[in-house]
Structures are given as structure tokens and as C-alpha cells.
Design a protein around this ligand. Structure first.
Ligand code: ASP
Length: 318
């Protein structure tokens, strides 16, 4: 039994390992671990206190995938329900013929299944940071005069900075039966355009698991993982017979080879069906965590670095 997670998953690692030790499935472990990150008041990129979109609305994305059946469930741009991973799991488990519910449909479903709903999510501190960020760009956005048709394009372009204000949590578990599950949850880029969906709820982009080969989950600029199909891409390299490090390297090279004007940071965690694991990153020195069932505590491990020069609106970015 093994769990790997992005470093911000540390607060959920004990709960996830406890689920596995008590005979729970990999799906149980991933949900248990991610819920604690979603509930963490210090977490700015996941759950109830993540950074909101440009209008100050918190829109959550999450997905979960069962590598035994390739069943998966996901929610996107969901407001008012802090435990996005649990709603995603219910999309998978409730025998809906669907994989992804977005916006009002996701919220309606969450209400129907009795998911925990909070009338207010963001702390005053996070609201204050959002306001400050907009004031910095106040020449572009007059919050007092805003209505449903006010232009946001220029403000989003300036206010959004995925290098500084994004993040996501990834968990991947292998349970006692050898089943693999991967889960991802995020509030997405801070100050994003309303309705923007990232890679986290897109199966194959930010998340993929297949017992036969392995699993991968992403954090970073979701648009890149969506364009390169990164999570599926890495697993397909495992399927082709590459060892885990080489599969990770190839998936990062696919990201590096993307054209276009917007290229930012990316991080992957992945494991193969034998339990070999790797973390990949464009930010030297960043880490991920892992724990086998016979370990008392999780350990941190440095990710493999691959350089992908960032660019923004076509300009090189330092
Ligand atoms: N991947 C997330 C997204 O694009 C954000 C992040 O992980 O930094 O929504």
C-alpha cells in the first residue's frame, strides 16, 4: 500500500493512510486525504478558502478516477460546496451516466445528494487579498460600477498570475488489493475569468489512473496539461513500456514542446503499477510526498526538474 501526494497534501496524508490501513479502498484513501486539504484554512489553492475568480467568486474543480474500472467523476466551477472531491466521487459512484458536472448542474447535484453546503466560504483575509489585487489594477476594473456585461478581459490578463497564485492538491493511492486511484482538487488560478475550467476536473489532462499501467496527476498551468493531455500522456508512456522516470520526462517534454503565447509552470506526480513513483517539475527544488503502509510518517522527495521557459502574452518571462 502506497500513497503519493503533492507537498500541500501533507495535512491529509495520515487520514489517507489510516483509510488504507483500515481496509479502505484507494478511492476512500484519496477522498479522505483531499478532504482535509479542502478544509485547511491555510490552503489558498484548494477548498473553501482558496483564491477566487476576478469577481471574487470561489469556483472549485475536482476529479477522481478509479484505475480498476476507469470510472471517474468530476465537478467544475462549483460554488458553495467546500468538499469538491466528495461531490466528484458521488458523480462516479451514483451510477450517473456522466463523468463531469459543471456550474449550476454540479451545485444542483451536490444539493440533491446532501453534500455539505456552506453559505460563506472565503475568509476576510482572502477577500482582502482579492480586493487589494484588484485595486492594484483599478485603472482596469471599477468594482463599484460593475454589472453583468462589464468587460473583464484586460483585467484578467493583468491580474492573473499562475506563477504566484495558483495551486492544486494531488493524491494517488494503491490499496491492499492493488487498485489505484488518483484525485485532484483545486480552486484553480486566482483571479481567473469567471467560468474558466482548468485541467483538474478533466480526465486525461490533470488526472488519470489505470491499474494496468499506473497513474498521474498534475498541478500547475492547467491549460498546458489540457493541451498536452499530460496525465494520460504519462500513463501512455508507461503503457508503452517506459520506466516511470522516463515516462515523466517524456510527459514534461510534451509540455515543453507546446507552442502558443502562454506557457507557465507545471508539476506532475506519477506512479506505476509496481509502486515506483516520481515527481516532475519546472520549478527546481520543489518536492512531493510519499508514504508506504509500513512507514510511520510520510517522506518528502525532490521532484525531477525539466526546464520549460515561461512566456506570457508571447513575451519571455523571468
Ligand atoms: N492546475 C490548476 C489549474 O490550472 C492550478 C494549479 O495547479 O496551479 O486550475
Amino acid at each position: 500500500m502506497l500513497i503519493i501526494a503533492s507537498a500541500n497534501g501533507a495535512v491529509g496524508m495520515d487520514a489517507a493512510m489510516c483509510a488504507l490501513r483500515n481496509g479502505g479502498s484507494a478511492v476512500d484513501a484519496v477522498e479522505a486525504g483531499i478532504r482535509l486539504v479542502e478544509a485547511d484554512p491555510a490552503e489558498r489553492s484548494v477548498g473553501y478558502n482558496g483564491y477566487p475568480n476576478i469577481l471574487g467568486q470561489l469556483e472549485l474543480d475536482a476529479s477522481i478516477m478509479d484505475g480498476g474500472t476507469l470510472n471517474s467523476g468530476a465537478v467544475a466551477i462549483m460554488r458553495g460546496f467546500p468538499y469538491a472531491i466528495s461531490v466528484a466521487r458521488q458523480v462516479m459512484d451514483r451510477k450517473l451516466p456522466h463523468v463531469l458536472l459543471a456550474g449550476e448542474g454540479a451545485e444542483r447535484f451536490a444539493r440533491e445528494i446532501g453534500a455539505e453546503q456552506w453559505s460563506s466560504m472565503l475568509s476576510d483575509e482572502v477577500k482582502g487579498i482579492w480586493r487589494e489585487r484588484l485595486i492594484e489594477n483599478s485603472a482596469l476594473l471599477d468594482m463599484d460600477a460593475m454589472d453583468g456585461d462589464s468587460p473583464l478581459l484586460d483585467a484578467v490578463e493583468l491580474a492573473t498570475d499562475p506563477e504566484r497564485v495558483a495551486g492544486t492538491v494531488n493524491f494517488i493511492a494503491i490499496d491492499g488489493k492493488g487498485d489505484i486511484c488518483s484525485g485532484v482538487s483545486t480552486s484553480g488560478w486566482a483571479w481567473k475569468y469567471p467560468g474558466r475550467v482548468g485541467d483538474s476536473p478533466i480526465i486525461g489532462a490533470g488526472n488519470y489512473a489505470d491499474n494496468r499501467h499506473g497513474a498521474c496527476a498534475c498541478t500547475g498551468m492547467g491549460e498546458m496539461a489540457m493541451r498536452a493531455c499530460s496525465a494520460y500522456g504519462l500513463v501512455s508512456y508507461l503503457r508503452a513500456g517506459l520506466p516511470i522516470q522516463a515516462a515523466g520526462q517524456k510527459a514534461m517534454e510534451d509540455l515543453r514542446d507546446l507552442g502558443g503565447d502562454y506557457i507557465g509552470g507545471m508539476n506532475l506526480i506519477a506512479l506505476d503499477s509496481a509502486g515506483n513513483h516520481v515527481g516532475m517539475t519546472t520549478r527546481a527544488g520543489s518536492t512531493y510526498i510519499y508514504q508506504h503502509a509500513d512507514m510511520d510518517a510520510h517522506r518528502e522527495k525532490e521532484r525531477q526538474f525539466v526546464e520549460i521557459p515561461a512566456r506570457w502574452a508571447g513575451e519571455a518571462r523571468v
